[in-house]
Design a protein around this ligand. Structure first.
Ligand code: TRP
Ligand code: SF4
Length: 335
């Protein structure tokens, strides 16, 4: 058997995940896990960069993320699922990488600039950016380089960080005259980005998301608030699906081509009311997520099983990390 190529990817522990995570990232992981040797981790240190003063839910947030992954089909017998902080070798690699990373590289990181902007609007202009947050992209490079991954399946928003990681890997190889580190490429998903119920980017902090863990009732209630064609007041008004900002887009994601065609033509002819349309959409979404939600309930009721998966995966990841670190210490010239 030829050796499988490796992928590594992670998500910050932000608690229960939403449809954007599922469609944009997790679905891709589920598909890729059998083609690649896969390492998926919960980035709890990355969560700490902004939540260091609010850690009461940190542990539960980790568990919630892992349960969502398992429910969606990440298979712990196929993929290595672990928690970043349970692989402390990553922190040591982070130190070596931070030595070789020029300060202006982190300062110009576009994702970091955005995060800083959000923090400032939340906490006022006086808010300071902590040293750990400045190190966000370096730590992310350590996550990826620790497993010498070939590719990293992420959403489009992380592409700049991967470019950063490749720069760091190249610089390490140059400085220590080696070709040890691979330059990891992004593996993007073909699926279009799902917008939030209000038409903006879907996000937990925007209050416009639908969670994988939401009940059918909550899902339906949320879908009923989705923006439609704003020019339409009555069922008999001729509709414009292409101007139906959220509901029709969801149809295109969750419906079959035939369903989408029916919705489109009935809407255009004024034969379909928006409330009915969205109720039907909610039913289809609930049907799609029923098996996932059932599996989720199972893991919620079996926390010991989840704990075991996390412990075993983290052990496996650690063993791999120790191999890399041994080589890195040698290359850098440590005692
Ligand atoms: N920054 C990523 C996010 O916000 C999470 C992350 C941390 C990550 N380290 C990573 C993703 C390494 C891929 C590889 O979602
Ligand atoms: Fe959108 Fe459906 Fe209303 Fe048409 S009928 S505007 S597709 S919600």
């Amino acid at each position: 058997m030829t050796e499988q190529k490796r992928i590594v990817s992670g998500m910050r522990s932000t608690g229960k995940l939403h449809f954007g995570h599922y469609l944009g990232v997790i679905q891709n992981w589920v598909k890729l896990q059998r083609e690649y040797e896969s390492f998926f981790f919960v980035a709890d240190w990355h969560a700490l960069t902004t939540k260091y003063d609010n850690t009461a839910n940190l542990k539960q947030d980790v568990v919630d993320v892992v349960i969502d992954w398992l429910a969606c089909g990440i298979d712990p017998d196929v993929s290595t699922i672990y928690v970043q902080s349970l692989v402390p070798e990553i922190a040591e690699l982070n130190i070596y990488l931070s030595m070789i990373t020029p300060q202006n590289w982190v300062e110009r990181d576009p994702t970091l600039k955005d995060m800083a902007k959000i923090l400032r609007t939340k906490e006022g202009a006086a808010s300071q950016i902590n040293y750990g947050l400045m190190g966000y992209p370096v730590l992310m490079s350590a996550d990826i380089m620790m497993f010498n991954a070939e590719a990293v399946p992420v959403g489009i928003d992380q592409v700049a960080h991967l470019e950063f990681t490749r720069d760091v890997a190249r610089r390490f190889n140059n400085i220590y005259k080696t070709d040890f580190f691979k330059e990891a490429k992004p593996l993007l998903n073909e699926c279009s980005l799902i917008c939030g119920l209000d038409g903006n980017k879907m996000g937990k902090s925007f209050g416009n998301d639908i969670k994988i863990s939401d009940t059918e009732e909550v899902t339906t209630k949320k879908i009923m608030t989705a923006i439609t064609d704003r020019s339409r007041l009555r069922k008999t008004d001729l509709g414009h699906p292409e101007q139906c900002e959220v509901a029709f887009k969801y149809w295109q994601i969750f419906g079959t081509p035939e369903q989408v065609e029916t919705v489109k033509s009935e809407c255009e002819q004024g034969l379909r009311g928006c409330a009915d349309c969205k109720r039907q959409l909610a039913a289809i979404i609930n049907e799609r997520f029923a098996p996932i939600r059932e599996k989720r309930r199972y893991y919620e009721e079996h926390p010991q099983e989840v704990a075991k998966i996390i412990a075993e995966g983290s052990e496996r990841a650690r063993a791999e990390a120790q191999k890399t670190l041994k080589e890195v210490r040698k290359l850098v010239g440590m005692y």
